[in-house]
Design a protein around this ligand. Structure first.
Ligand code: MYA
Length: 483
């Protein structure tokens, strides 16, 4: 998931496109292209989207986590993925549903997959300070980097605890690999449970994240073993579908979203190489361009508290109903994911000063990146836009028969409020010391990015489903945010 010029998450650390510093031209072009795409017949849309996804890794601006800008592999070259129940690159999905049938528990392989003899399986106890530190160190030194190896994600230990222990979490899904001789943790993969709606079907799935192999053990086909092992352990729990994101193109993304970045500390971003000063721009003008008001402007804006959970869950489930893919949040999930945790996630609600009703909410989380080899800066502090909800006039919108007209009316109805809220989010993020605010073009994010001076990044995040055929989803119809 992320990125200004270089800061990418979503599995590749993106940064601001060089051509975009100070202007938003490529964002506009991309938006226009998306608009044209929507007017094309469905089968043409599907083909163009596949082409776009390929361009994202091969046009030199895409930041594939593979880091090379190579052409994506053919299905035949995917020695592992061609054996898995995923949609093939050239497949056009007509009917949605499982690719493989569920199997009974006694039919699931009972023992872990074999590892090369120097290694052994372990479960990482994230409640144990020593073990969470080991996981933190593995990731901080070996997890996702941008293509030029300038930035690497630096998820904090507190963040990892939050991300790995939502309601219903399972220790058996926090899977590590150690060197047998010295017990050093050298690889990891995790799953967490998540009820996900894909179009009209709601399924209990597992969300896979934090797949990481120590740099010295790369390209030895260990990743497929980790993936098969987490699959086995998921099957043992009676779950047969998964969702995951990656910066690399694998068979086959259901959606692809571009990263956008809003500079909060332009000087530092330029000094770290995350952004570039355009030829016609001075630092003083850049700082002025990205200056923000000192105070937020929405009356009734405050940190979310436990008493707001019910209202936020209702707001969120109503708002995300407009998207094709979205989590189903119970109150316990809202409590876990959206109430602020120091240094990890910030959740805000708007309480109407008169009626006391909760009318909106928004949230962002902290994912710093290590600045590799910088003499001046160790860390880039990035905030990422997370879930939010504004009120949509669903009843009035449902009376508009024409789909395009309905879309325009919906955008017009929510844009002013969303822009106002996200401007406040930027002000708060800057106050909390963030250097950049990152946002993917999913949900309604495209409605605020241009006006709030976000620039397109060089990273794309691909969304995948395992063992579920799903028709291609437009980025603005994705209502799922993965950490
Ligand atoms: S995305 C974040 C991934 N992590 C990083 O990018 C960190 C830095 N990189 C590394 O640690 C390694 O390079 C990794 C690959 C571990 C990525 N997702 O062992 P190998 C395929 C899936 O020789 P290595 C995240 O966390 C590759 O195409 N597959 O390679 C979500 C090739 O297969 P094929 C990937 O470089 C993860 C094979 O691995 C990825 O040493 C979702 C090569 O293996 C990738 N990001 O290690 C996982 N990168 O020949 C899937 C490469 O076929 C979950 N590969 O092309 C699926 C659902 C499972 C649960 C199902 C339950 C029902």
């Amino acid at each position: 998931m992320s990125g200004t010029g270089k800061d990418s998450k979503g599995k590749n650390v993106n940064r601001t496109s060089q051509e975009s510093s100070g202007t938003n031209n490529s964002a506009l072009t991309a938006a226009r292209f998306e608009q044209e795409l929507k007017n094309a017949p469905a089968d043409v849309q599907e083909k163009l989207r596949a082409l776009l996804q390929q361009m994202a890794v091969s046009d030199g601006s895409g930041s594939s986590a593979s880091g090379s800008g190579r052409e994506p592999k053919s299905m035949e070259e995917h020695k592992f993925w061609k054996t898995q129940p995923v949609v093939k690159h050239d497949e056009v999905v007509e009917e949605e549903g499982p690719i493989e049938m569920n199997v009974a528990r006694d039919q699931v392989r009972a023992t872990p997959y074999p590892l090369p003899k120097e290694f052994e399986w372990t479960l990482v106890d994230v409640e144990d300070d020593k073990e969470i530190k080991e996981l933190y160190e593995l990731l901080t030194l070996n997890y996702v980097e941008d293509d030029d190896a300038m930035f690497r994600f630096d998820y904090s230990a507190e963040f990892l605890k939050w991300a790995l222990q939502p309601p219903g979490w399972k220790k058996s899904w926090h899977i590590g690999v150690r060197v047998a001789s010295n017990k050093k943790l050298v690889a990891f993969i995790s799953g967490i449970p998540q009820d996900l709606r894909v179009h009209t079907t709601v399924k209990r799935m597992v969300e896979i994240n934090f797949l990481c192999i120590h740099k010295k053990l790369r390209s030895k086909r260990l990743a497929p073993v980790l993936i098969k092992e987490v699959t086995r352990r998921t099957h043992l729990e009676g779950i047969f579908q998964a969702a995951y994101t990656a910066g690399v193109v694998l068979p086959k993304p259901m959606a692809t979203c571009r990263y956008f970045h809003r500079s909060l500390n332009p000087k530092k971003l330029v000094e770290t190489g995350f952004s570039h000063l355009a030829r016609n721009m001075t630092m003083a003008r850049l700082i002025k361009l990205y200056s923000l008001e000192a105070e937020t402007s929405t009356p009734g804006l405050r940190l979310m508290e436990d008493k707001d959970v019910k209202a936020v869950a209702a707001l969120m489930n109503k708002y995300t109903a407009d998207f094709d893919v979205a989590p189903q949040f119970e109150e316990a999930d809202v409590r876990h994911w959206l109430i602020s945790r120091p240094g990890v996630v910030w959740g805000y609600v708007v309480e109407d000063p008169e009626t006391k009703e909760i009318t909106d909410f928004f949230s962002f989380y902290s994912l710093p990146s290590t600045v590799i080899n910088s003499p001046t800066h160790e860390t880039l502090n990035a905030a990422y836009s997370y879930y939010y909800a504004v009120q949509t006039p669903s009843e009035e919108l449902s009376k508009i028969a024409d789909e395009n007209e309905r879309k325009v009316a919906r955008a017009n109805a929510i844009k002013p409020r969303l822009v106002k809220l996200m401007r406040d989010a930027l002000i708060l993020a800057r106050r909390h010391g963030f250097d950049v605010f990152n946002s993917l073009h999913l949900m309604d994010n495209a409605l605020y990015t241009e006006e709030l001076k976000f620039g397109p990044g060089d990273g794309y995040l691909h969304f995948y489903l395992y063992n579920w055929r799903c028709k291609a989803v437009e980025s603005e119809k994705v209502g799922l945010v993965m950490l």
